[in-house]
Write a protein that binds this ligand. Structure first.
Ligand SMILES: [Zn+2]
Length: 333
């Protein structure tokens, strides 16, 4: 494989945990850059150890890559977050059941829910990890109305998901980090939430309308958007309605310009709606990923999804790959 690729979302720390962090027991993939997504506090430690022991400096990721050989260390971006499937176990049944939902129609998490969550040890650890890893992003966070807890057979409690999602979203804003979002059968919540933020942005725009338009107005509106949304937002392995994507990308530019969507072989390939989803994303906002758990399973699925997206967009893989790589670098750095 000669193409430079960036796997924007995987869980290779699971293999790293299995080999107990022994780098002699892993084979590095040809895919030179990737983001390793933590999903729970136990998982974060493996992301941290993998990135600290295996990664080349991220500051050189874009500059020096053309001169690197295939056996030089890869560039691993760490991601720390709580996945919707991990909330119940992390909080315990009692704390989980005590959480009230955060409606999609409110701009900020209500103070009592914020206070409940942000004083917990997992939240404080997450904030510390972001501080100690300046390139780290917030992920994998999200909303899932479909998956079921294998032990109980019930879907994961959505009220708690909204609360934990929203405080992590706000942490990403506070630390100015991108987010990677898992969203399954919950696209209407996410769309309504981002539309709520867009309305708040429009409200501030109206306040400025009375004054003559100037560059300071544009700067003030961008600054307001920075208080509402993280700097970059990725919908990872997006499997929802193409119409939701179209609506999101049509929002005002201060909001829509932050959005990216990523597709994978593992999650998206078999869906008949994949071409329509790919077409709903502007070319400069498309990303590809594996969502795999091992460095052994990166290169082949990356090639496969690259070819799939190229076919849909009527481009040669060799033309598309540099554009996708540039998108990923813009997202992460
Ligand atoms: Zn994932």
């Amino acid at each position: 494989m000669a193409t430079k690729l960036f796997d924007v979302h995987n869980h290779a720390q699971r293999q790293w945990a299995q080999v107990h962090g022994d780098r002699t027991r892993i084979t590095l993939p040809q895919t030179r850059c990737m983001c390793v997504m933590g999903t729970s506090p136990e998982d974060w430690a493996w992301v941290q150890s993998m990135v600290e022991q295996l990664s080349a400096p991220l500051s050189t990721a874009t500059a020096s890559m053309d001169h690197e050989s295939h056996d030089s260390p890869p560039h691993l971006v760490p991601a720390f977050g709580v996945h919707p499937w991990r909330i119940e176990r992390m909080l315990g049944d009692k704390d989980c059941a005590a959480l009230h939902p955060v409606p999609a129609s409110v701009v900020m998490t209500p103070p009592e829910i914020r206070a409940q969550l942000t004083t917990m040890s997992w939240y404080q650890r997450l904030a510390q990890l972001l501080d100690s890893h300046p390139h780290a992003i917030v992920g994998e966070i999200g909303l899932d109305k479909s998956a079921r807890n294998r032990d109980t057979g019930s879907v994961y409690p959505f009220a708690a998901q909204t609360a934990v999602f929203r405080v992590q979203w706000e942490l990403a804003i506070a630390k100015q980090r991108p987010v990677s979002i898992h969203c399954v059968k919950a696209g209407s919540y996410l769309l309504q939430f981002i539309q709520t933020l867009a309305k708040d942005w429009q409200r501030v725009k109206k306040l400025h309308r009375a004054r003559p338009s100037s560059s300071s107005t544009a700067a003030a509106l961008r600054a307001h958007a920075n208080t509402l949304l993280p700097p970059k937002i990725m919908l990872h392995s997006y499997s929802g309605s193409p119409d939701i994507l179209r609506q999101l990308f049509q929002l005002p530019v201060d909001i829509a310009s932050r959005l990216y969507a990523s597709f994978s072989e593992a999650v998206n390939r078999r869906s008949p709606q994949l071409p329509e989803r790919i077409h709903a994303v502007p070319l400069d906002r498309l990303l590809i990923e594996t969502d795999e758990n091992s460095l052994d399973d990166i290169d082949q699925p990356m090639e496969a999804i690259l070819h799939e997206v190229a076919k849909v967009r009527d481009l040669r893989p060799s033309e598309l790959a540099p554009a996708l790589f540039a998108n990923a670098c813009r997202f992460y750095f």
